[in-house]
Design a protein around this ligand. Sequence first.
Ligand code: SF4
Length: 61
Amino acid sequence: MTIHIDRERCVAAGTCVMTAPAVFDQDDDGIVELLQAEPADDAGVADAVARCPAAAIEVTV
Ligand code: SF4
């Protein structure tokens, strides 16, 4: 699994950080930052993708 984030689309909702804190973080402006681009397991990533209000997270396998 490889995760791609689109920081231009991110609206700083923080849902991904709450859902998958090992994978996502937020910068000082609340914009998503990727901690792991290729996590070993799902670790809530699928849920984060589904719940992101900006559709700013994409996963490829
Ligand atoms: S859930 Fe989406 S909009 Fe919210 S911080 Fe994460 S990537 Fe950005």
